[in-house]
Write a protein that binds this ligand. Structure first.
Ligand SMILES: NC(=O)c1ccc[n+]([C@@H]2O[C@H](COP(=O)([O-])OP(=O)(O)OC[C@H]3O[C@@H](n4cnc5c(N)ncnc54)[C@H](O)[C@@H]3O)[C@@H](O)[C@H]2O)c1
Length: 365
């Protein structure tokens, strides 16, 4: 099989931490081109990955147009996702797109329609779908091992937004560049994971969002500027299978670098996964037996190795037509964006917002 030539746009944290090493680690892929608007970043990454000057770009359109690029990975700030993915579709090239897919549900819908109309292969990087603990928990729900799901609680906590961390006013704090704050950053994963694991759709949401660190130093050191997005978001949701979900995300959780925990309480058993409490150390615990006896134990489960997965390989499998169907598509991304828009509206209006009739269609959970 010929190696797929991949071009990567945006060479920041997620690119250097996941996408670029991911491509290098896949035998059926080759990193053929890179793009970043920051010339220094472009030089550093281009040198590190030995990309020749003719395949380094500061204009993403040139990367998309390059005959040496078969598929594109889009790893830029959120406001760039829509135009870049639309241009990939126009060029007839498959894309893998970072989350959240767009700034608004309207954009996400347009992108989904265009992608489908041109039959472009695609993936959205809801990375936690590739965790073995996540897939195993989904399997337990799907096989009925937990019984009917009553409650889902998901907490996704980080600490880098705390005042002590003194993070400057980067794009993640500016609404017109990011769409929303902790919601889009962490909540997009969380909202997707609840769908992915329970295979239930959202029917209504209520939410409370807040900003506790409105002033942040400017990146150039010239003073301070206003952060106009949420630092945290607490969301309640009713799912169409009857489950009640509670989702909390924050950038202000002292001591939590990247901590995620999902609890599922079912009629036959309960299960809890904890991801990255210690980096890359994931754990799943299950509680079975008589539920109303006190002090039932949650016992650590051995996760079968068949539940291991790799995000970059999953993209290549989509391109090669041998995917397992568990990766997120642009339709999952669009649904995710619709739910986030509803969460923002619920927070603003302080009321429940229904999602029924929101055109949640043709997505195979
Ligand atoms: N899947 C995950 O778990 C995960 C984790 C972190 C970030 N992300 C997502 O990845 C995306 C990037 O996040 P990050 O943390 O890497 O950000 P970052 O700020 O570290 O890097 C973004 C890079 O994109 C470049 N860039 C900006 N505009 C550009 C343009 N027009 N053309 C080319 N390059 C441009 C910047 O110069 C920078 O190098 C975001 O959408 C974020 O939500 C996903």
């Amino acid at each position: 099989m010929r190696a797929v030539k991949i071009g990567v746009i945006g060479l920041g944290a997620i690119s250097c931490g996941s996408h670029l090493p991911g491509i290098l680690g896949c035998q059926d892929a080759v990193l053929s081109a890179v793009c970043d608007i920051d010339a220094d970043v472009l030089k550093r990454v281009g040198d590190q990955y030995q990309i020749d000057d003719t395949h380094r770009f500061t204009d993403y359109r040139q990367l998309i147009a390059s005959p040496d690029v078969d598929a594109i990975e889009i790893c830029t700030p959120n406001d760039c996702h829509f135009p870049m993915a639309m241009d990939a579709v126009s060029a007839g090239k498959p894309f893998s797109l970072e989350k959240p897919v767009t700034l608004t549900a309207d954009q996400a819908y347009q992108l989904e329609q265009a992608t489908r109309a041109s039959n472009i292969k695609n993936m959205v990087c809801f990375s936690y779908r590739f965790k073995a603990a996540t897939r195993y928990l989904r399997h337990l729900v799907q096989t009925g091992a937990l019984g009917e799901v009553f409650h889902v609680n998901l907490r996704y906590y980080q600490s880098w937004g705390m005042p002590e961390a003194d993070c400057p006013l980067v794009w993640r704090f500016i609404k017109k560049r990011t769409g929303s704050g902790a919601l889009g950053d962490l909540g997009s994963h969380a909202l997707d994971l609840v769908r992915f694991v329970t295979r239930q759709e959202y029917r209504s949401v209520a939410a409370h969002l807040g900003n506790r660190v409105p002033l942040r130093k400017l990146e150039d050191g010239s003073g301070t500027g206003q952060s106009d997005v949420d630092d945290y978001c607490d969301c309640l949701a009713q799912l169409d299978g009857g489950a009640s979900a509670s989702i909390q995300v924050t950038r202000l959780a002292y001591g939590r670098v990247n901590y995620q925990q999902m609890e599922i309480y079912g009629s036959k058993a309960s299960a809890v996964y904890t991801l990255d409490e210690i980096p890359n150390l994931d754990e799943l615990q299950i509680c079975t037996g008589q539920p109303i006896l006190s002090a039932r134990d949650f016992v650590k489960a051995d996760i079968p190795s068949s539940f291991q997965a790799n995000q970059t390989q999953a993209f290549l499998d989509i391109l090669n037509g041998c995917e397992d169907g568990l990766s997120a598509t642009i339709s999952d991304g669009r649904i995710n964006q619709q739910i986030m828009d509803a969460v923002l509206e619920a927070g603003e209006k302080q009321t429940w917002i229904p999602l029924v009739g929101n055109d949640i269609q043709e997505v195979c959970l």
